[in-house]
Design a protein. Structure first.
Length: 126
């Protein structure tokens, strides 16, 4: 069987309120909200390409960072390149993120979005 054409469309994050989380990431990344429903929000970069989507989960449990045995773990996280790490952290916090207490690397900042999903900011090389 020949492999059918496949292309990544989006990464999907569960959320107790997809509209809040979608607005957070749209503001953070300067992306566009292309679908905004109570249970499903989609955002896309202005230049095109894969985006992010957020789905409602009635039984959503915030992940714990760092990992704790027996607690909800993150399933994935986003890596976001910034030109200036301190400015990126300040921008993210201004839009609703918090800096995680545990920081395992000096050149990366682990942040928590409004739903508790960890994401990492790191300085773009060169």
């Amino acid at each position: 069987m020949a492999r059918p054409r496949m292309q990544l469309s989006a990464t999907v994050l569960g959320a107790p309120d997809p509209r809040v989380l979608g607005a957070f990431y749209a503001d953070l990344l300067a992306w566009t909200v292309v679908k905004n429903e109570p249970v499903w929000v989609m955002i896309r970069p202005p230049s095109g390409g894969p985006g992010l989507s957020f789905q409602y989960e009635a039984d959503y449990v915030r992940p714990v960072w760092p990992t704790v045995t027996g607690e909800q773990r993150m399933m994935s996280h986003l890596d976001i390149a910034v030109d200036d790490l301190d400015a990126g952290v300040a921008w993210a916090c201004e839009h609703g993120a918090t800096v995680a207490d545990h920081q395992p690397q000096p050149h990366v900042r682990v942040m928590l979005d409004p739903a508790g999903h960890p994401f990492c900011l790191f300085e773009r090389p060169g």
